[in-house]
Design a binder for this molecule. Sequence first.
Ligand code: ARG
Length: 403
Amino acid sequence: MKDTIILAYSGGLDTSVLIKWLQEKYKDDIITVTMELGQQIDLKKVEEKAHNLGVKKHYSIDAEEEFVLKHVFPAIKANALYEGKYPISTALGRPLIASKMVEIAEKEGAIAVAHGCTGKGNDQVRFDVTIKSLAPKLKVMAPVREWGLSREEEIKYAKEKGIPIPHLSDPYSIDQNLWGRSIECGCLENPEQEPPEEIYEWTVSPEKAPDKPEYITIKFEDGIPCALNGENLNPVALIEKVNKIAGKHGVGRIDHVEDRLVGIKSREIYECPAALVLLEAHKDLEKLVLTRHELMFKQQIDDKWTFLVYTGLWIDPLREALEAFINKTQERVCGEVKMKLYKGNAQVVGRSSPMSLYDKNLATYDVKTSFDQSYSEGFIELWGLPTKVANILKEKVKKEEKC
Ligand code: ARG
């Protein structure tokens, strides 16, 4: 009897080649899985392609909403920007794909799951760790990592086997979901060179953006965005809409020299219009409603959360423990943030919240204020005391050395 292998299938060249290669090498049945996480793929077409390549069965899964609720929203609450720049869009999607593959593998009694990641990136780590943690008995296969085929060799193999080759002239490697689009390879591997305009699909260049700014208002409840310009929207629709509006103003382009988990520095280009706008708005609102102590501590928790997810440890219990803290803080993160979108910039220009800790009476430079300035003198004495003592001693030692 034949064994079954479950393959994560995007419909692209790499994973199409994998179908044939796995069939030939192992003579097993291949079941493919394609997931829609908002990358706007034609699931029907991909399914057809998989069947044409002789798979035993194909699963098309629309997990867009689950992706937003369970992966993107926690990332917003954690202000997740890896190395201060990358909204970890790809990283957020991988564990969801991996966990669905495990579910299907169990249902189908498969012996292995396979993915098309190379041995140089972060994605292999995210897939492998999630699959091995959820189903230790399942074999994880990463044929691309194993065989080390170059793109040319892959194309040659595809031609020999009659596999359709999409965008032959396209030198870029692209991964996308609702939270962002990543573009690698080709001329982008030269970090000195400005990326060509042709790589961008979700954003216009700031030069071509409208000459008039556009204002948008985002409403948050419990740390998550729930309305745009006064209109309540479901999570997917809200992100889609912000992607469109911000992209139109050239907002969302990121050019990043990134430290991959495997130690390689790589030059990555992203287009993440909604992510940049919503993260900026969320962070701003937190500053209005959380105390200084909460903010300082949360920054460390956010960094840790983001690092865990970027490095493939979504499944680690620490993530949920960190989220317990984060969620507690988010109970007060509600209100509205007004943003100005203009020629590649998204700037917060106003915010309000029923939980605001901003007290105009305290902050004002008006004479009428509830802040008693006479307290400051004594406070400064004590605040500066250790510094003063240390410097008095330093001066004394200096003088003694001179004598
Ligand atoms: N550098 C990003 C990350 O590690 C993007 C990876 C994109 N993946 C891809 N297969 N093209 O999350």
